[in-house]
Ligand binder design. Sequence first.
Ligand code: SAM
Length: 440
Amino acid sequence: VGRRRKVKIKEYGLKIIDYSDECRGVAKLDDKTIFVRGALIGEEVKARRYKNNASFEEADTLEVLTKNPDRIDAKCEFFHSCGGCSLQYLSSENQIKLKLDLVKNMFVRGGVEVENWIKPLTSDVWGYRRKARLGVRFVTKKDKAIVGFRERSSNFLTDMDSCEVLHPSIGKNLHRLAECVEKLSIKYKVAQFEVAISESDTVLILRNLEELTTDDKVILRNYADELGIKWQLQSGGVHSIENLSESQSDAPNLTYSHPDHNIVMNFLSNDFTQVNFELNKKMVNLALEFLELNPDDEVLDLFCGLGNFTLPIAKYCKSVVGVEGDLGLVERAKQNAQTNQINNAEFFKADLFEENSGASWARKKYNKALIDPSRSGAAEVIKMLPKFGVEKLVYVSCNPATLVRDSVILKELGYKIKKATVMDMFSQTSHVESIAYFEK
Ligand SMILES: C[S@@+](CC[C@H](N)C(=O)[O-])C[C@H]1O[C@@H](n2cnc3c(N)ncnc32)[C@H](O)[C@@H]1O
């Protein structure tokens, strides 16, 4: 049981004829489909297989023999080994065009019509990423620490100095963080840094399963001062997270804002926040534009997190209810409503994959709704939308496969997609953020 089959190394020449839904090149060999990382349509490549299934194989591009004219050089010097992002060989404009085409095709295959594809939403394409989990390892053989993402084709960490996608406060300092780890007495025990970057502060959570010595704390403080970051320590569950610095004036200020709506959001370092703040502002504005809110509207915001959409919505409607599964986020959403002096937003904790018809929020009527689920989508809860009276719905999705699947359900329930597009939330990576506006 669980014995891993070793994949026999195979190198082959392939012609790329299509793209997969995850932006990989697709080739055919003897009726078998081969998904090729790093290859563009029309290209002939030399590739190496790393996975062999009965019906398909997966391979990495080793050499591009005939180039697609859109191919460019990757900006990041670690791109070819690092598994953090996979599309740097296309310009950002061509990446988002490709993602739009892929999502359009997925809707066609799903048999759901989109009346109007609007222009993709774009924003910062480098140095945008404000949330990340960085791997940390002290490699005895090399007598050095590595801080970075996993390699593309292994479980090892990439030996990288910098990252072009991470916000520069961390992206430019990976080698300095590695240097800091090397000086710690617990250098063998540090496995990851959780990164959270607000509009003003950069926080790194160090999971310290082993007690830090006084010297370790001095080292961390020195690097914090030099790099302009703030350390938090986590010795157990999320509730054990505490600031390294005991001084209150040094506590991190974790906020982001929606200036168009005069809203400032507070969050904790391990909370879910959208990774790309500039794109997030535009995304919230587009959702509001779709919803065409007016003072009579009663709105439901499902998977509301800390109120990222809920609070801007509250400013333009009669009332809004946010529902979220993570209790901490629900508490933060309530606090955010209070600190922004918003009195027409209520928040509830619920598992939206479960039956909820008895819940107080589920016995009310709503004429408009927004949903923003995690990758697995919202197949269960969307079935309740007609009962709620929802006429207009915005669906924000980080996984087009579940968006299309759920759109099929919504179609059966009488909802039509009026407008949709993709958004460049995760530039340089193969992740796709989309938005669809439905009317009943
Ligand atoms: C993509 S995030 C969106 C959060 C928020 N709308 C925002 O823009 O920041 C998805 C949210 O769904 C929540 N979630 C995931 N599974 C859930 C479930 N089964 N029931 C309720 N909420 C869930 C997560 O905690 C997370 O806050």
